[in-house]
Design a protein around this ligand. Structure first.
Ligand code: FRU
Length: 464
């Protein structure tokens, strides 16, 4: 039997077991145990709340709880008590979902989540609601707010998850991941005026880009454009040339939710790296739309689990989203500047600590930078611009080698921004036009750089 009390007590009593070696210094992580998707991203009572898929008892996926983190500045997160635990009756896991603050009463916070039920070979997914007035204790509604009886005929009853609300013109619209009976991903939209009665509204489909199951929807409006983020399983079904088989994509388009018309203008993978999945957004007090994703991926080795470090999973550094020329741009939030310490010029042979914010100035000339383990130069990864594409190459990382990844687009000139933390690299090309995010596990405290080509830059050491 899982309860919140049991989870919180377990975390308190065991978190000192966590091995620090690959713990990140300015990325969100669980205190102990497993983390996957960020959930319920919300700006509530002047603070940033991030919930997440959590199994505290082991560093592998298990009965899903909602862990809870809070931050004043999006850089340093601290843990709050676990927010949701599965209650055996009609849910064996509290799967992903979104949050919304009551538009009329800013003290009221609602969490939508999936009540996942799986016993004796029977799987059901229905949608639950939990309510809070303090952002710490959440009371679950007894019954699903959207259940099996609310499903349209063309939807699977076993894969129906990740409700995410969006408030518009007096209605709560809830987007939910789904698939049809021929294994084509789709999203169902429900709507409600009062959060008590939900009615099925419409289905969003795409012949190519929704994989065999479409999950983790997130809808926002940025500069008057609809921005729809989602994750799709098995995109290879359609032989698309994406970097990941399961991947997170964005659609920019005209979404008229009331008239049920959706004109898709741009679709692309959000991040071209190995470890980026299930992103969500929030809109903060300054009107910024901020995205955070799970900085890991299904079907990959979970290194800190395999090493017996008692934890697994982290979140990306928060990125501000912008739409420019019909393209989604993503760039690290500016609050990171408050943590800048010493500045180090980028040049051949220089040694960097593992936590830096690195800037490479605009250039049209090819270059490469090898980041090698200061204790072993054969343990390394490389970031390169070949005059057309930007590459990340992790094939020489000894503990957990990674295949090469490149940008999708070709660039006549590039500037790069690279966020490094203990076991992660996030590369932003031309002010966030494309991003490459991967986890890198090198057993050392710093990197020695080998710089080839004519590239200028500096690394800001982060005091975190
Ligand atoms: C995506 C996902 C969600 C689900 C959750 C379960 O990573 O599969 O669809 O709600 O993880 O942990």
């Amino acid at each position: 039997m899982y309860t919140l009390e049991k989870a919180n007590q377990y975390i308190e009593q065991n978190k000192s077991k966590v091995v620090p070696e690959f713990r990140l210094k300015y990325h969100a992580m669980p205190d102990i145990g497993w983390m996957n998707d960020p959930n319920g991203l919300v700006y509530y009572k002047n603070r940033y709340h991030v919930f997440f898929q959590h199994y505290p008892y082991d560093s592998v996926w298990g009965a899903m709880h909602w862990g809870h983190l809070v931050s004043d500045d999006l850089v340093i997160f601290r843990s709050l008590p676990v927010a949701l635990a599965p209650d055996q009756e009609d849910e064996t896991g509290c799967f992903s979902g979104g949050a919304i603050v009551d538009p009329e009463d800013p003290d009221l916070l609602y969490l939508f989540y999936t009540k996942h039920y799986e016993k004796h070979g029977i799987i059901r997914e229905t949608q639950g609601l939990a309510i809070s007035r303090d952002g710490i204790r959440f009371e679950k509604r007894n019954h699903p707010v959207i259940g099996v009886k609310d499903l349209p005929e063309h939807a699977s009853i076993t894969d129906f998850r990740d409700p995410n609300p969006f408030y518009h013109n007096g209605y709560y619209y809830v987007f939910i991941g789904s698939k049809n009976h021929s294994n084509d991903g789709q999203f169902l939209i429900y709507r409600s005026k009062d959060l008590n009665h939900f009615e099925y509204h419409d289905t969003i489909r795409h012949p190519k880009y929704f994989g065999t199951m479409a999950e983790c929807p997130d809808f926002s409006m940025i500069d008057g454009q609809g921005v729809f983020l989602y994750s799709a399983i098995n995109l290879q079904k359609q032989r698309l040339r994406f970097r990941n088989i399961n991947s997170s994509l964005y659609i920019i388009g005209d979404f008229d939710l009331e008239r049920k018309t959706y004109a898709f203008h741009t679709i692309d993978e959000i991040d071209k790296g190995h470890h980026f999945y299930a992103p969500q957004t929030l809109v903060d007090g300054r009107g910024r739309t901020i995205m955070i994703a799970w900085m890991d991926m299904w079907g990959q080795p979970y290194v800190t689990h395999e090493l017996g470090h008692y934890w697994s999973g982290a979140l990306t550094f928060p990125r501000e989203l912008m739409v420019k020329g019909g393209i989604l741009y993503q760039y690290p939030v500016e609050e990171i500047k408050n943590y800048y310490g010493m500045k180090i010029a980028i040049q051949d042979g220089v040694i960097l600590p593992k936590q830096v914010d690195l800037f490479l100035m605009k250039t049209a000339e090819p270059f490469s930078i090898v980041f090698s383990n200061i204790l072993d130069e054969n343990d390394a990864f490389t970031i390169q611009y070949d005059g057309s594409y930007v590459w990340f190459d992790g094939e020489k990382i000894k503990l957990y080698p990674l295949s090469q990844r490149s940008t999708t687009y070709c660039y006549e000139e590039v500037s790069l921004r690279i966020l490094l933390d203990t076991s992660s690299v996030e590369i932003f090309v031309n002010e966030g036009r494309e991003a490459i995010t991967s986890r890198v596990y090198l057993r050392c405290d710093g990197y020695r750089l080998q710089v080839r080509g004519n590239v200028q830059g500096e690394a800001m050491v982060l005091n975190v």
